[in-house]
Design a protein. Sequence first.
Lengths: 293, 431
Amino acid sequence: MKRAGFTNPWLPILLLVPQLSIIVVFFYWPAAWAIQSSFYLQDPFGFGSTFVGAENYTDIAQSIEYRKVAWFTVYFTAIVTFLSLSIALLLAVKADNVLRGAKTYRTLLMWVYAIAPPVAGFLGIMFFDQSHGPLTRFFGFFGWDFKLGVDYFDTATAMIIVAVWKQIPVNFIFFLSGLQSIPRSVREAALIDNNSGFRRFWDVTFPLLAPTAFFLLIINITYAMFDTFGIIDTMMKGEPGANPMTLVYKVYLDGFRGNDLGGSSAQSVVLMVLVLVLTIFQFRLIERRIHYT
Amino acid sequence: MKLLKIAATGLVFAATSASAQTEITWWHAMGGQLGETVNQIAEDFNASQSDYKITPVFKGSYEETLTAGIAAFRAGEQPNIMQVFDAGAATVIGAKGAVIPVQDLLAANDVAFDINDYIPGVRYFYADADGKMIGMPFNSSTPILYYNEDALAKAGVTAPKTWEEFASTTGPALKEAGYIPLSQSHLPWIFTENFHSRHDLPFASNNNGYDGADTEILVNNDAIKAHFSALKDWKDQGLFEWYGTGWGDNAKPFEEGKVAMWLGSSGSFGGLVQKVDFPFSATMLPYWEGVTAEPKQTFIGGAALFAMSGKSDEENKATAEFFSFLTSPEVQYGWHKETGYVPITEAAYEVAKEDGHYNEFPAAEVGIQQLSLPAGDNTKGYRMGFYVQIRDVMNREYGRILTGETDVETAFANIEAESNKLLERFAKTQN
């Protein structure tokens, strides 16, 4: 077999330069800067700064509030990921079975995908408005005095609902295409072996969907941890107060609202490490169990 | 070819007209109706002379404007004038060299300045420890109590002077009449910072923080803890309601006529006149008779204009001229009338009185009267770094008190500990 290759060794490097420079400028450089400034406490205007060693990190470690935010991030990520994946899977399985009007159904479900996170957050504010929101009234009907921005639990619930709603379409698209790529022959064979649709799904369909599901799991965890920023920011209405927030939102608050560059940098380094660990964990431990066809 | 010629002439024209004028920029945080008034002031200034041209640019909320200004300063792209709000004062004044003290700027450009021309509550908030004015107070407001006149008449009460009166008489009567008696829009500003000023209690060590960066907050005191305990009781009894940390969420029920009395800003006046369809008036911020028999003045909230450093002499001259225009009695009166923010000079206040503005709108005068009350040792303001975060800590803990997540003792212990930690951290940024 003949290996295809470049005759000039510089050409491939040249072709990689645009991509590499983007990574360097937009990731490595800011990351290095963040690591450096996490060891300083500096005046926002850049006049004075003090080297404080690991103090920014020890302050984070000792902060009870930071721990609360971290735990909220864990719960929030777990719930949003679980709900948006499972609801999307259910919808995809049902959509896969629909023959008539399937296109309309799918298009309607995918529409939400086009909504930007801040807009989704804004819709959330309107739906959960304290006095006029339709969902507030709906919950009130069941005796739940829902108070967005006042009650911690209610605000968290509203954020989760909006975040899940926003993410379902993406998961739905991927699950549906995953389902449709399962060979007809496999399904028919399964149908002969087992009459229970439930068992057929978990024994045959789901394992074949596993690569899609694994991919979506990673995408959804990242989404819940980072991309929900716009939703949270909008639903906070500019005042963090006693509202729930995620770690990435706290980085923003301390850095861009509070102008505490050192503390905020240290938090972002912590997040970077967390993502690194998570990525290694996902690929080393989970991916091994998944078989790609 | 002809087209090119026209274009070239146009270019030359544009270039000459630009060079004849000194152009300066002004970053501000005044949105909506206020933004239009700001634009009008800028247009009037540009029309009043031909040497300078000011361009106002809206940069979002107070916090966003400050952050944008800081980022621009670090990149050497700062505007000539930046609007900085009360909580950001320590950040911008602490950064020695970021701004030109307005008093120096005016002196260098032969604009007369006397701090005693300004009304008392306005003078020292944006000044340094020696009383030198650093930022030019712009949209100056102070917390006052607005009330729905119909509601009070229906309940047969008058607006309360003290919190004791509110708890025993006004509140229960208004509740009886079917109203939620009270809401407020800014717990740190109204019930913390100005609470200390009104009762002349020290808010922080080092002369409320003016005398140095190694400041400790003194917020964990009995008077304010008693106040928040009362507030929680009132909420439980239906005498007070809290709609979250947002300003508008707490103002809306008052505007809709559900809440009878609302603690807001004197600068809210202009907006209320347009929004509400019931007769309303205002009175001074109530105080606790049990804490003080002689309530003192409050200080200003809102924001000030800072002249950023690193600009040419011509541009600084333009900035000084603009400040001179801005503080003229006519412009101040116009701004005051349009928005409800207080006029910052005594002369402007006189013009407003002579014009009969307060005969028509007595509520518009309450803010100035309150700012002109006798001063005490602790009434000129406060100067604390990372104060935006300190306010956020307060808001968080106050929210927890009011939703019953925590008790008053724990909340104030937390506020004290976290604020002091932040102050300690800020002190280290100032080397």
